[in-house]
Design a protein around this ligand. Sequence first.
Ligand code: NAP
Length: 504
Amino acid sequence: MKGYDATGGGGREAFLNYIGGQWIGARSGKTAASINPATGDVLGVVPASGPEDVEAAVQAAAGAYQSWRKVPAPRRAEILFRVAERLVGRKEELARLMTQEMGKILTEARGDVQEAIDMGYFIAGEGRRLHGYTAPSEMPNKAAYCRRAPLGVVGIITPWNFPMAIPSWKIFPALVCGNTVVFKPASYTPLLALKFVELFEEAGLPPGVLNIVTGVGSTVGDALVAHPSVRVVSFTGSTETGLRLAEACGRLGKRISLEMGGKNAAIVLPDADLSFATDALIWSAFGTSGQRCTACSRIIVHEAVRSELTQRLAARTRALRLGDGLLPETDVGPVVSDVQLERIHEYVEIGQKEGARLVTGGGRARGGALDKGSFYTPTIFDQVRPEMRIAREEIFGPVVVLMEARSLDEAVAIVNESSYGLSASIFTRDIGAAMRAIDDIDTGIVYVNHGTIGAEVHLPFGGTKQTGNGHREGGVQVLDVFSEWKAVYIDYSGRLQRAQIDRD
Ligand code: NAP
């Protein structure tokens, strides 16, 4: 095996798609490079696939489906368990590659791989549950129960910011339910995805059950979504792309699960421990260079502590050390690319034009090794009003805005003004205020005395409003995305019994 054949041009490793149990290049022979955003170095080349490669992968998945769905779920789960064990063994290697491929610092990259490990073990356990339930029938001598059934071929499309965790949230549950998969990873992080798929092959997954096709979204992703044999699409990425795919799936009558953007907020009340809140907010706002769907991008602070919190945050932010995430002294790595960096900077300019006050940051970080990569200085705005674009739109970079509120009610109202609804948090020692916030905040995840990031795999993950379309990843709830309910009635009366009609 292996996902690479030799060396690409210039001595770089050339990786391959995995289709029907074979490692194979794009039919067109085209390739694309994966680039380290901290150094500009090319890490490897991958197939720049086209619709014909998607066709081959979907056919392989469709061909493998009938036998895979008949493998008992506990046996399917044993293979997934072995994948999780292999992830444990290769955690450090994969984390280092992740830091190189998309920039997050090594500590966080280890966490990303750990999340995939957690998901593997969690879902492997579900292979022995996949519970349905029995129900009494309204007729005598008749049994009734319901059980889960797989759907067929699943198309999985993922972003680059959690290159191991997010694919694991989708691939493990899709497979344990008995589906087969065609996986299209983000163009910024194909190497991690290919390495992940290798582990399934090593763990003994039969050919065709999991296939990967690398290439750009508008070519590979569109072809995957449109393919008539793909029954379900599971997408994580921007709201713009997700809603477009949802339209296509709607026309085709397909199920689609969407995990999309966020504009996550933290409320800080006057009784909060500001020292610890500062730690948590810095971690939430600038971890992964702010490129988390759950990143804290709005801080809604009570007027009584606004000045003190702003000063604390600014001091801590200015002290953050930018650099290559492989270096132990680095606090914040690069953003994923110069394209992303320019988008972030445009928002900073918009914020200034809108009249927000730039407290710190606000430009490309330069000097020494930083000149080679895509580094943006962690940025804080204050005097931000809820109607400003920087308070409403997802920036997806190391930029956080401070807004003032005079009461808990006003703070909660500002949180809920967002068109997104992924994650929110509140810092307070007042249990009553915390409980009211939990009741009234309209997001899929609420934290108390914790930043907006840090979800655990065995709880449902997802958001309200334009963050999602009602599905959840994580928790047992994810099984609903990848299975269909089948109701079963067994009549052992030996005669015709008519539901709703024979009442005596
Ligand atoms: P994106 O541009 O929407 O891309 C996501 C995935 O969709 C990538 O694999 C992309 O491929 C693919 N894609 C793009 N256009 C497509 C098309 N026309 N048809 C099919 N697939 C297409 O998002 P991103 O920049 O990678 O990720 C950042 C976004 O993801 C942010 O909005 C963030 O909030 C969100 N996110 C949400 C969650 C959550 O759970 N709610 C978690 C993480 C991230 P290419 O890479 O080839 O363009």
